[in-house]
Design a protein around this ligand. Sequence first.
Ligand code: GLC
Length: 613
Amino acid sequence: MMNVSRRHFVAAGAAALGAAFLMEDGRAAVAAGRFSQYDKQARGILAQMSLAEKIGQMTQPDKNYLKNPDDVANYSLGSVLSGGDSDPKSGNDLISWTDMYDGYQERALHSRLHIPLVYGVDAVHGHNNVIGAVIFPHNIGLGCARNPELVEKAARITSEEVRATGINWAFAPCVAVPQDIRWGRTYEGFSQDPDIVKTLGVAAVKGLQRASLDDPLAVLACSKHYIADGGTKWGSGKTGLDQGDAEVDETTLRRIFLPGYTATIAAGVGSIMPSYSTWNGVRCSASKKLLTDLLKNELGFEGFLISDYGALNQLPGTYKQQIQTSINAGMDMVMVPDKYVEFIDLLRELATEGSVPVSRIDDAVLRILRVKIAMGLMDRKRSPLADRSLHRTFGSPEHRAVARDCVRQSLVLLKNEGNLLPLSKSAGRIHVSGKTADNMGNQCGGWTIFWQGKTGEPTIGTTILTAIRSAIGSGMKVTFSEDGSNAMGAKIGIAVIGEKPYAEMFGDRSELRLDNEDVGVIARMKSQGLRVVVVLVSGRPLVIDEILPHADAVVAAWLPGSEGDGVADVLFGANKPTGKLSFSWPKGASTSFHIGDSGYRTLFNPGYGLAYS
Ligand code: GLC
């Protein structure tokens, strides 16, 4: 579905929800109801469990903090995660990840009740921890493509590549609705528009969880970060915005930040991750109103809640009080991630002394067991170990072709003076420049092999320079210099500029102008008489006032991932640009970048995007 009007787009979103539908205020008219169907079987397992085993199911350490891998069985752990940079000791390759997962899962099968693990990773734009995986555009680019079918297709490939390592839980999709692009997690959001977020969030859940969670290629999805993680006020977070405070009334909360959850719950998402941030000063992980009253009781969420990484430590009081507050508020599983033995001991104390009712423990464990049953993990006829036959298609050309199409459809043409684009394939010499022209790490952004990403070559793929070189005709010549020097004689320059990788709080920025190096590259090429195409590779709109008068064409490429060919496809006209902005684009004169603030001045509005004439 391409280039659709907003009305059709939203209608497609409602259709994508399947049987469940949304009432005008966004509440699911038909609760998910996907997991209570497993109540009987789950209660049968629960009845056999000791208090220690129940608490073990609620415990998720990071594998880096496991004192002994056998603790998986010793404590009947329900889950293990690999957070950012928590990789196999033997390396970030496919075999090492698969061996690592199987090692922990085998130990889980040695627990008294043989309950398998759900193993969680941040597969947020492909199986991005593993070298050789296809790296898709981050959500901000997919939001500009506005194509739910394509998002679902990308998520299906992601789930297949995640399952190739055996892993069965992705902490995705992020259904944040970023309202201030100074936030370091803007690129994890599809859009500032809740309708786009809702529709693409559902598509991602359907792709990851497939038609049925017990599909051997499905992974458990996780809508995050609940709620209003993207609505915080500048200055309320330690680094500016991240993990700060969303100061909004309940009507605004429901209108802007809730639809992504209502819709993905209706689509059957099995887990939801509460946000580090606060709503009107209350930590989401401590809010019974948010976790139990709204999510579980009103919206009928029947999966389980997983805390964010060490989020309980941010709550007031001692560790014991933090655990008590969050579990009683409705948290079901805790991403500890380090002090898991202490967590288990303290929660057992709380349950024994009655500070946490055993009924709350039972409800949490029932939710976790129901999801595991839905995933087929409790089916003794099936092995939870990796299916290594999937290694055959891991990072395959077919998978890369879909990612390349995502790149094409995510690009937004912002300027095209004199119809410079599409470039002719016989235009003599093209000079390519910029820090990101030949830099896979910049092209992929954060959450790629490394938590913060890494400039350079962290993984396998096609850089934009390589793509340009393979796109040109035989009569053409491509030269390259990162700083734009030695361009004299070429007619056309392509400057690939933007941001270096970052993630979370490390991406909060108080101002959004281009760095001097990038401005210099464009000036240098212009001074040598070239017409210049600017390709902006960034995790958000940036202030481009300074270069706009000098650039002949400007393309927003976001964080395209491993398949740079998709950029060349559009630059040379193999494909036309169809992307439409899913965020407004700021003017440099803005004194604020928060949507709705009087000081926010827009250069382009959401929905903007030129076509080739
Ligand atoms: C991080 C992020 C969250 C991620 C989790 C596990 O801090 O907030 O998005 O899923 O920890 O890595």
